[in-house]
Design a protein around this ligand. Structure first.
Ligand SMILES: Cc1cc2nc3c(=O)[nH]c(=O)nc-3n(C[C@H](O)[C@H](O)[C@H](O)COP(=O)(O)OP(=O)(O)OC[C@H]3O[C@@H](n4cnc5c(N)ncnc54)[C@H](O)[C@@H]3O)c2cc1C
Length: 489
């Protein structure tokens, strides 16, 4: 069997998000381009399992193969290799994180169940002490905000991160536990024997790898999950397209404009004019010396509208309350990514004989609360715990044994939350007025309410009621409220 290829570099510096070249300052061997025989490639010996544990030896077979070096796959690889299993984690990118991006924040409690006290070492940007929600129109914004110094203390609540750095760091932790981190390797298919998955086929010559069990953590483009017969694969009405820019701004300016203590951060989620009146949200996250800004829009509505996602982002940046925050900032990166927002009813089966799925490819995104990386890490951890248990008990990796994975998820917030919001995406698809009519109407009411003119307060109240009724029939509001209650509460 060929030797696994590139080992992820562990230098946590490097480019910020996806589509960027590897860090020239990273510890890669320029003399070792990818070996056409599948054996070589730039590698960081300090992060490989063979140098970490078994110098010079490469197993011909693994206890477990993980496909995908994102939060789900890396969490699983970290936990399984920490328990002594022989694990390979296969990643198509140059390194873990090189193809990944998000807004976004990592939530510390779920992440801490994978790597305890990770905040002491992981490459993080800012601990978030304030969350804001805005309803925006072209020229105004209604804002709700929560801030606490509690989130500035251990264990914190969430941190803004660059995925290219965070994933690279997590991959190094998994490698240090003994996992083989095999990068620049696309898994093209699954190996089958008697209706059971027994390994994977990679794009490397002689690139078949075998294992007792395969964990698919391939992200939103769930082609292997489909090949495993677990689900139909992604559909436009269950996907959101997110586009994002990283804007450079000096850290003092960020703290000044967002009114933050040194090192603290804010996350802002915005509904309304931000998404060109389509179902979706805009977001702004503060990093150390950059701002992540973007919009995510339901893909089928975007296609129907003929609008360009990039144009929607440009318009969002021109919204006056947004423009003020990013003024003078220069664009450092641009990236786009899909998000699976189909929710519980669109999830694939979570296991089959010899195979499990975790994270985005299992549809584990809570779009209402902008959570996905935490569900990916938790599901990766629970898949790993199930595999470790089956490995120790020698009970095989057929469907009935792997059902324990689903049982674990059922008892956790992962499936509880996904079930709770199972009607969310259909609700948002149905009630597009939430993204255009209601923000406009509420802003008009607020403007009238706060405008001091020659009307008495009683006349003003009557005017507000008339204004409200003229825009939306009461029966429509009640219907929307009823649907919201059934889908979201
Ligand atoms: C704009 C945006 C903002 C977001 N903001 C947040 C946020 O603030 N908080 C939050 O919790 N979540 C957020 N999310 C969601 C979060 O990013 C995802 O839920 C999370 O990344 C899922 O992790 P994963 O490991 O399942 O998949 P991924 O992170 O997509 O990782 C999958 C990995 O598998 C690799 N891969 C795929 N196919 C193959 C193959 N065939 N062979 C080898 N390798 C393969 C990919 O290269 C990738 O590295 C956001 C997402 C987006 C797009």
């Amino acid at each position: 069997m060929k030797q696994p290829g590139n080992i992820s570099p562990i230098d946590p510096r490097g480019p910020l998000d996806t589509s960027s070249p590897p860090d020239p300052g990273g510890r890669q061997d320029p003399q070792s381009p990818r070996d056409p025989n599948g054996a070589g490639g730039p590698r960081d010996p300090s992060s490989s399992r063979d140098s970490a544990r078994n110098p010079g030896t490469v197993p011909s077979r693994f206890d477990a193969i993980v496909v995908g070096g994102g939060p789900a796959g890396l969490s699983a690889a970290y936990i399984m290799s920490g328990a002594g299993l022989n694990v390979a984690c296969l990643e198509r990118g140059d390194w873990s994180g090189s193809k990944n991006m998000m807004g976004g924040v990592i939530f510390s409690r779920p992440a801490g169940t994978v790597v305890p006290d990770f905040w002491k070492e992981a490459p993080l940007e800012r601990h978030v002490t304030r969350r804001e929600m805005w309803l925006a129109t072209a020229d105004s914004a209604i804002k709700a905000s929560f801030e606490t110094t509690d989130f500035a203390r251990e264990p914190y609540n969430s941190f803004t991160v660059y995925r290219s750095r965070f994933d690279k760091w997590l991959a190094a932790q998994a490698a240090a536990q003994g996992a083989y981190m095999v990068t620049e390797t696309l898994v093209e298919g699954l190996l089958w024997e008697g209706g059971r998955v027994i390994g994977v086929r990679t794009d490397r010559p002689q690139g078949d790898l075998e294992a007792d069990v395969v964990l698919l953590a391939e992200g939103v483009n769930s082609f292997l999950t489909e090949k495993a017969g677990l689900g139909p694969g992604p559909e436009p009405q269950s996907l959101a397209l997110a586009v994002k820019e990283v804007l450079a701004l000096p850290r003092e300016k960020i703290e000044d404009r967002f009114d933050l203590e040194t090192g603290a951060g804010a996350s802002v989620e915005i509904v309304g004019e931000t998404t060109g009146r389509l179902p979706g949200t805009g977001f702004i996250y503060t990093n150390r010396d950059t701002i992540s800004i973007g919009v995510g829009v339901l893909l089928n509505r975007l296609i129907e509208s003929d609008a360009e996602a990039y144009t929607i982002l440009e318009q969002f940046k021109q919204q006056p309350q947004v423009r003020r925050l990013i003024q003078g900032a220069s664009v450092r990166e641009y990236a786009a990514h899909l998000i699976p927002e189909g929710g519980y009813c669109k999830m694939p089966r979570l296991f089959g004989d010899g195979v499990l799925v975790a994270g985005d490819c299992a549809g584990m995104v809570n779009a209402i609360n902008s959570e996905g990386a935490n569900l990916a890490m938790l599901s990766g951890r629970m898949a790993a715990e199930t595999i470790i248990e089956c490995h120790r008990e020698g009970c095989g990796f057929d469907g009935p044994s792997l059902k324990r994975y689903r049982d674990r998820l059922e008892k956790s917030l992962v499936l509880k939350d996904l079930k709770k919001y199972e009607g969310a995406t259909p609700f948002l698809q149905k009630h597009q007025e939430i993204f255009n009519l209601y923000p406009e109407l509420l802003a008009a009411l607020a403007r009238e309410f706060f405008t001091v003119d020659d009307l008495s307060k009683a006349d003003k109240e009557r005017l507000l009621m008339r204004l409200f009724r003229s825009q939306v029939p009461v029966r429509e509001v009640l219907k929307m409220a009823y649907d919201a209650w059934r889908s979201l509460v």
